[in-house]
Design a protein around this ligand. Structure first.
Ligand code: SF4
Length: 468
């Protein structure tokens, strides 16, 4: 027999909570004493204040082998972490949410950027079990952080970006000249590998296509490198250079899938004009590319950059502009008439009637024209294409490469420098040249990213003694 409950207002209140929290309102575990913001919690986690070993919500043992990098951009909170779950070790990302249900509230469960999350941390969870799943419907291991795990005097340290490595101590007592030579050697190693990759590409596709494909990949930055490469493979240089400019541009934007989802009513009048020009060519040709427009075959564009100027549509606009002056811009990469200043000036002065004034196809126009390629991207082109391509045939350019100043802004280099040199006042001198940044990235990739032990088993600190 059903017992009628004597709480006539409860159902109304549940409805009220549902309305406020979108149906996710359920009782939660007891709340934390004192108020920690999400940023505070992340800082405490990253400082190791919660400890290194935990039990998952299913009772499995979890050990954090490497806390990775505190990600200040879009995507999971901590990236490049290493987590041992049971007897298996995983490299991936960690997401920390104040409430377990934030995972769904913030759309992480349907966002492919979170598919590589290996551990979901939270401080609150509904009493009814909440499962964390990614967009591939894979269940993600959960750890419920509890106040008693925190050290008594734990204080959030918001400035932490990367952990000081175990190699800091031997590096701190190493002579400047030795560190410079180590970094230079790592840079050279990196350059050699890039040259070898380019030579392979040239052997397969020819020099021009190798240059074009590499340039496209560089314009894609890391998140869209693959998408840009696929696009450059699908629309090879030979095909594009035969086309009139309008048709070439419409093919690039059409095959990239940037035209189909844009609705006229969402755009500004100047964008409508630009789209009309692109569609006037694209509609005649799109049937030939229909299979590439299927969602599963489209390059998975990532629009998560915190800088609107790096949006893939704008970078594609830059590629269009380079293609418009392909022969003169790339001539020094084919003949032996290399002129650094001329090459950089040619890239810096690229413009486009639409893309010099827009971040995306949906953004409002900017009155003052913006450079299509900034100094940082041009430095990337020098480091990843120009010198690896030219130095094998023109070794005398090696000195010029060593003298090049670094791009101002490189998060990865900053993290590497923080881990290796911490607050050593000499740190700036070890990263002011482009090749030094490349060398630091190489060390970081070879040691930090290969390490699964939070430095304890990394051979780098001991091997340093052998460097002379
Ligand atoms: S992993 Fe190795 S190279 Fe990286 S910070 Fe730790 S000790 Fe240094």
């Amino acid at each position: 027999m059903m017992v009628s409950m004597p709480y006539p207002l409860a159902a109304r209140y549940t409805q009220f909570l549902d309305a406020v929290f979108g149906g996710l309102a359920e009782p939660t575990s007891p709340s934390w004493p004192g108020a920690f913001s999400e940023l505070d919690l992340q800082s405490l986690w990253f400082s190791g204040e919660f400890g290194h070993s935990f039990l998952t919500t299913c009772g499995q043992q979890v050990t954090i082998r490497d806390f990775g990098i505190w990600n200040h951009s879009a995507g999971p909170d901590f990236i490049q972490t290493c987590v041992q779950i049971g007897d298996k070790t995983w490299r991936g990302a960690i997401e920390l949410d104040p409430d377990a249900r934030d995972w769904e509230r913030h759309g992480h469960g349907s966002n492919a950027d979170y598919n590589h999350v290996v551990l979901h941390l939270f401080t609150q969870t509904p009493l009814a079990r909440f499962y964390t799943r990614n967009s591939e419907h894979r269940e993600i291991v959960q750890v419920h952080l509890q106040p008693e795990m925190l050290a008594a005097n734990a204080v959030p340290r918001r400035q932490a970006e990367a952990h000081l490595g175990r190699c800091f101590t031997p590096l701190a007592s190493m002579q400047d000249a030795k560190i410079h030579s180590l970094i230079e050697a790592a840079a050279e190693h990196r350059l050699e590998r890039k040259s070898a990759r380019l030579q392979t590409l040239i052997a397969i596709h020819g020099r021009d296509q190798a240059i074009y494909q590499t340039l496209a990949a560089i314009l894609g930055y890391r998140p869209n490198q693959r998408a840009f490469t696929i696009l450059a493979q699908r629309l090879p240089l030979k095909l594009l250079l035969k086309k009139p400019r309008n048709e070439r541009e419409s093919l690039l934007f059409g095959v990239a899938g940037h035209l189909e989802p844009i609705k006229d009513e969402d755009t500004s009048p100047d964008t409508r004009l630009y789209l009309k020009t692109l569609w006037s060519e694209w509609w005649k040709r799109r049937h030939a590319f229909l299979t590439w427009l299927e969602p599963a075959t489209l390059p998975p564009w990532q629009n998560t950059s915190s800088r609107p100027g790096n949006h893939p549509q704008r970078r594609l606009g830059a590629l269009v502009s380079i293609l418009g002056s392909w022969r003169p811009i790339t001539a020094p990469l084919r003949n032996r008439e290399w002129d650094l200043k001329k090459f950089c000036d040619a890239l810096a002065s690229l413009d486009h009637p639409y893309w010099s004034h827009h971040y995306t196809l949906l953004s409002k126009p900017i009155v003052r024209p913006m450079a299509l390629l900034g100094k940082t991207r041009i430095r990337e082109i020098l480091a990843n294409l120009v010198y690896p391509l030219l130095i094998p045939d023109q070794p005398e350019l090696g000195d010029e490469y060593l003298q090049l100043s670094a791009a101002l802004d490189n998060h990865k280099v900053r993290r590497a420098a923080l881990r290796l040199f911490g607050n050593d006042p000499r740190s700036a001198a070890f990263q002011k040249r482009l090749h030094q940044q490349q060398g630091l990235l190489q060390l970081y990739e070879d040691f930090c990213l290969e390490d699964h032990s939070a430095c304890s088993e990394c051979p780098f600190p001991e091997r340093l003694r052998e460097w002379s």
